[in-house]
Design a binder for this molecule. Structure first.
Ligand code: FES
Length: 225
């Protein structure tokens, strides 16, 4: 006598399974369908809020900055034993707020310890303090850059000689075109005046500092950085 095979009675696939109250052809329970729909809608809503915010936060980091050169005067305007202040535009299109003072002089073998190359025939030093960014002033009588905010003092090369600044004053690449000195991109230096891509005030470069405060990928590198 043949033994009944119960397995023949079992549905073979989910499609064959009869869902209570389901219409013909339904393969997913309504509860599961609603849950999946709610999760999908939640994911879309979350992405709609977070993606633009992330784009605004990280977009500028990867935006390439244009290399700009700005004329600051004829070569004969700049001696090699003191600085001449000039105003340059750091951020175009925002008026006076985007301007800053830069101190310029000719490279002097008896003063300068930065390695000489084609980009520093003229030394251009920022007026932005490397502690918190206050404007420093060059005092010719003492041959020092003085910061009025917290007593930061730099020697005439811009190296820190006192106070809280964490690195020498930043510099700008310079070049001469048709007898005119032009100031280009900014760069930072460690205490030995070795060049690095520009960092913000308060970011040390010596030792592990160069790894703690890496340069931004957007910054174009010139030789020597
Ligand atoms: S901002 Fe210059 S010493 Fe603090």
């Amino acid at each position: 006598m043949p033994v009944p095979d119960d397995r023949k009675q079992q549905p073979k696939t989910t499609a064959d399974a009869k869902i209570p109250g389901a219409y013909e052809g339904e393969t997913v329970t309504r509860r599961r369908f609603m849950t999946a729909s709610a999760h999908t809608a939640g994911g879309i809503a979350t992405a709609a809020f977070t993606l633009p915010a992330l784009g605004m936060a990280f977009g500028p980091v990867f935006e390439k900055e244009q290399v700009r050169w700005e004329a600051v005067g004829p070569t004969e305007d700049f001696p090699d034993d003191t600085y001449i202040p000039r105003t340059i535009t750091l951020s175009p299109g925002i008026g006076e707020v985007g301007k800053s003072t830069v101190y310029v002089r000719r490279y002097n073998d008896t003063i300068d310890s930065e390695v000489k190359d084609e980009y520093n025939d003229y030394v251009a030093i920022t007026s932005r303090c490397m502690h918190l960014g206050c404007p420093v002033r060059y005092v010719e009588a003492s041959e020092r850059f003085i910061c009025p905010c917290h007593g930061g003092v730099y020697d005439r090369e811009g190296k820190v000689s006192g106070g809280p600044p964490v690195r020498p004053l930043d510099r700008f690449y310079t070049r001469v075109r048709d007898g005119i000195v032009e100031v280009g991109p900014r760069y930072s230096l460690n205490s030995e005046l070795r060049r690095f891509s520009p960092r913000d005030p308060g970011q040390a470069i010596d030792g592990v500092g160069q790894y703690l405060y890496p340069s931004r990928p957007s910054i174009r590198k010139l030789p020597g950085t």
